[in-house]
Each structure stands twice: as C-alpha cells, then as structure tokens.
Design a protein around this ligand. Structure first.
Ligand SMILES: [Zn+2]
Length: 250
C-alpha cells in the first residue's frame, strides 16, 4: 500500500512477498485459500512492478474474498500508521510478531487493533408496494441514495444504535431491528465493521425529516421503483437494498 492505494501485480492479482524490497515491514493479514497473506506500507512506489488502485476500483472487479483481503490490508496498514507512539508514556511502540497489535517497550502497554462497530438499516413501510427509506448525505458520495447509518456509541447495543441513528437523522420510530449481515468497511476508517439491519417504521404515515447537516435529503421510494444512483454492488448497503426489493417484488 501507498497512501490509500493498493498495489496489484501485472497479472491482476496481488504481488508476492518476494516481489517487494527485502526490508519491507510486513503485517499479518491472515490467510487466503490457506496461503498466508501480508500487508505493508511502501514509500518508494517507483521500485515495484504493477498497478496502484483504490479499494473501490478493486472491489468492483475482483471476487469478494480478494476484495475482503484488500479491505483488511487497508484497515491494518492504516491503523499501524496511526499508532506509532505509546499513549501512556510516549515511547515508540513495537510490533507484536504475528499479530495486528503493538506493544510499548518501556511501560508494556498492549495496543491491539481495535474495531469500530457501525450500523446501517434498511427501513421500510408497508403499502400497496412496500417503500424503502433512502437518504442523501452532505459528505462522501453525495449523489448516491444510501441507507441511514452511524457509529455505535460506547455502552450501546447494535439495536439501540439503529433506533438512535434513525431517530436522530430522520426522526422516525422503528419496530424491532432484524439482523441481516455484516461487512468490514475500510472506506470509513481503520477497524470499521458495518452491521446491517432491516426494520419497519411504527407509523406508516410518518415522513422523514432531515437535519440538513449530516443529511440533505430523505424520502420513501416504492421498492419496484428505486433510483438509479444506489451504493455499489460490493457493499452491504446494496445487499440490503437488493434483498428488500426482492422480498417486495419477487
Ligand atoms: Zn508506554
């Protein structure tokens, strides 16, 4: 990796460890098909053969296990870059061999890579054709119609975070959230893990109200007439939207 770009080899896969300089600082990423995988930050980008690509471009083209591995590389290497010194005594941290973790050589503080859970929710309301709530954000890919999402706060359950985010962002009350699935999401920072839910509003007549800061628009769409500008096919946002559309129209 260099910055947030990932190196792919000339044949389109990932480079082999031997392709990079011998002094590269490798971080363990687990295994892919039983083969150990490693990630590293590279500064002299001219010295290595291959092509530098964004995770989004890569994820749109490669099979899901490769996209997930590339996302993990992005998360681990970005985290490593931001955890250089001990937060307790300011000494420079050392890598713990074989783990995505650092340890202070002076005060022994152990610094594991911590995860940041976030939730997203496909909110529907019943009708002749069920309708899905989609929102537009004031930051990020602003042209996309997306789902309500947000970080889980300390001491909060995933379900409570779903209720709070929907109440804060669009002012709607929900029935019980139902778990759908999860996806690590390196685009929102190191360690971000998205947990997807579905839920139905308690009052089908209620309209969403946006705060105008985080969100600029929110509206109901019939599930057989969704907008074109939806999140990409490799994202859990899209998996949730597609599942809702299939349920309503399939
Ligand atoms: Zn220390």
């Amino acid at each position: 990796m260099a910055g947030r770009k990932l190196l792919t080899s000339p044949n389109g896969g990932f480079p082999r460890v031997a392709d990079l300089p011998a002094d590269t600082g490798w971080l363990p990423l687990g295994t892919l098909d039983g083969v150990p995988a490693w990630g590293a930050a590279v500064t002299a980008t001219g010295d290595v053969p291959g092509r530098w690509r964004s995770w989004r471009a890569l994820a749109a083209q490669v099979p899901e296990p490769l996209a997930a591995l590339a996302g993990r590389a992005l998360q681990v290497v970005t985290w490593r870059r931001g955890h250089r010194y001990c937060g307790a005594c300011r000494a420079e941290l050392a890598d713990v061999p074989g783990e995505p973790a650092r340890r202070c050589p002076d005060c022994r503080l152990y610094v594991p890579m911590q995860l940041s859970p976030a939730v997203l929710v496909a909110v529907t309301r019943p009708g002749p054709v069920d309708e899905l709530l989609l929102v537009r954000h004031s930051y990020g890919p602003t042209e996309l119609w997306a789902l309500v999402a947000g970080f889980v706060e300390a001491g909060e359950s995933l379900e409570a975070a779903v209720h709070r985010e929907v109440a804060e962002e669009v002012g709607l009350d929900l029935g019980p959230p139902v778990y759908f699935g999860s996806q690590p999401w390196a685009m929102s920072g190191p360690g971000v893990l998205l947990a997807g839910f579905t839920a139905t509003v308690t009052d089908p007549a209620a309209e969403p109200v946006v705060d105008g800061r985080e969100l600029v628009q929110a509206r109901w769409f019939p599930l057989d007439a969704l907008p074109e500008a939806l999140p990409p096919a490799y994202s859990i946002s899209r998996w949730l939207i597609d599942a809702a559309a299939t349920r309503a129209t399939g």
